[in-house]
Ligand binder design. Structure first.
Ligand code: TXA
Ligand code: MG
Length: 326
């Protein structure tokens, strides 16, 4: 593996590598992606192998320009064009009828393809210079935390990728919102970096997948997807216990009030505040970074309180739920 910068020369090298069928980890505004030429079946197979990802879990295809999506998907379905104009480049992935040319490996044999135009300028330059759409799942081994820094990718997948482009920290911090426009009404499959409320303003009768009442249809909905190595207990807002049943534990708080209470109790080996003034955008930006850090430290347990289910709070709660002990 070779680490690349975001210099014009290195972005060119990253693009060349993708064109040559190699694996390149690229920064996006959400999380780092493990990029490969979406037209190249061998490169796609290498993505699944590197991640140890089951082949039934399809990839997101990334394009440099909103208009480039038409090459991989049919945007004539209701809302597709309007949403692409409104929210791309950005943290929205749309599931759309696929073009015949998209390899089955990218879509796990589904008739639909997930497409996204990321907002990160380095990602867009790499895709543009490569001249191909870039399939990129999050650059973590299957079932582990998504990477929000190049160092996370180095640590998790360093020996299984060809290049890692270090574009610094991912500002959004949680993966894109996945919206299935092939179903009627449209269905949010995964809450993410784009608040669901913004979609609901535009889409009449928008449905949101609820993991409490529905069985998984997309593999990303499998609850174990974001498991950290330590057990994580998720409790109601303000519901962190004053005492922990033995061992050392870290508390993940949302807001100064819970943080003060946790510090006052004196029972926690570490107390972290996701956002002192209870801003879910800030909490999302910090979430994976903090989970990576807490996971590397040797606490016996992690405890986290839920955020209100508003804005990016929905995405943060979803990731915490997936990381938690049921
Ligand atoms: O922000 C993101 O979305 C990041 C960056 C790199 O773009 N990518 C990412 O990819 O999170 P990944 O592979 O970790 O998650 C993609 C999700 C999975 O839950 C997958 O099941 C779903 O999208 N997906 C992909 N294609 C689909 C399809 N045709 N139908 C339904 N779900 C699909
Ligand atoms: Mg992922």
């Amino acid at each position: 593996m070779e680490l690349l910068t975001t210099s014009a020369r290195d972005l060119d090298r990253a693009a060349e590598a993708i064109r040559a069928g190699l694996l390149v980890a690229i920064p996006t505004e959400t999380v780092y992606g493990l990029g490969a030429d979406a037209w190249n079946r061998v490169a796609l197979a290498r993505v699944f192998e590197a991640k140890r990802r089951p082949s039934f879990d399809p990839l997101i295809v990334h394009v440099a320009e909103p208009g480039g999506a038409a090459e991989v998907a049919d945007l004539s379905v209701p809302y597709a064009r309007v949403l692409s104009e409104r929210f791309w480049p950005g943290p929205l992935t749309m599931v759309l009828p696929k073009r015949d040319r998209v390899p089955d490996l990218a879509t796990s044999g589904l008739p639909t393809v997930a497409v996204r135009c990321p907002a990160n300028t380095f990602a867009r330059q790499i895709i543009r210079r490569s001249g191909v759409p870039v399939a990129a799942p999050s650059a973590n081994p299957f079932g582990y935390l998504s990477p929000t820094r190049a160092e996370h990718v180095v640590a998790q997948l360093g020996d299984r990728v060809d290049f890692i482009v270090d574009g610094g920290r991912c500002p959004v911090g949680v993966e894109s919102t996945v919206l299935d426009l092939s179903s009627d009404p449209p269905l949010v499959l995964r809450p993410g970096g784009l608040p669901v409320e913004l979609l609901a303003d535009i889409i009449h009768g928008l449905a949101v997948y609820d993991r409490a009442t529905t069985s998984p249809t997309a593999p990303g909905q499998l609850p174990s997807h974001y498991a950290p190595a330590r057990p994580l207990y998720l409790v109601a807002s303000g519901g962190l216990p004053g005492a922990v049943p033995g061992g050392t534990a870290a508390a993940l708080c949302f807001g100064v009030e819970s943080t003060r209470a946790a510090l006052r109790s004196g029972r926690w080996a570490k107390v972290v505040d996701l956002s002192p003034n209870r801003d879910p955008v800030q909490a999302a930006a910090a979430l994976f970074d903090i989970l990576h850090e807490l996971d590397a430290a040797l606490f016996d347990e992690l405890w986290a309180e839920r955020l209100p289910d508003l804005g990016l709070g929905l995405a943060v709660n979803d990731r915490l739920y997936k990381a938690s002990v049921k």
